[in-house]
Design a protein around this ligand. Structure first.
Ligand code: ZN
Length: 113
């Protein structure tokens, strides 16, 4: 038996595994079988969407946002990605259409942010 938690915490269903706050039944959100409060669940969702998905960047957009998106995904400066792309354009062993083709493929594959 649980000990008596009192009237005020009557509706409490558990404690948020992220911030430790007690959660009432109407604000409990379960992600991966863990209990989170509303605020933490939203933060986790946002973090996941930002970091895990490879997407065309809206913020770092120059051509199609592909370089910016790659930069954000790998956590490197989008400018560096563009420079790498530019350098690869002039690598003699690669055909001139190779990098634009890759860029085009990424642009088609990657979803909008
Ligand atoms: Zn929380």
């Amino acid at each position: 038996m649980k000990k008596d938690t009192g009237k005020a915490k009557k509706e409490t269903v558990g404690v948020c595994v992220r911030c430790g706050k007690s959660i009432r039944f109407d604000e409990a959100i379960i992600i991966d079988e863990k209990l989170y409060c509303k605020e933490c669940a939203e933060k986790i969702k946002m973090d996941e969407e930002k970091s895990k998905k490879l997407h065309k960047s809206v913020k770092n957009r120059m051509l199609g946002g592909v370089c910016g998106g790659l930069g954000e995904y790998f956590n490197i400066d989008p400018t560096i990605v563009r420079v790498i792309f530019a350098i690869l354009l002039f690598v003699p062993n690669l055909r001139f259409w190779f990098m634009p083709l890759i860029y085009l493929l990424l642009w088609i594959i990657m979803p909008e942010e």
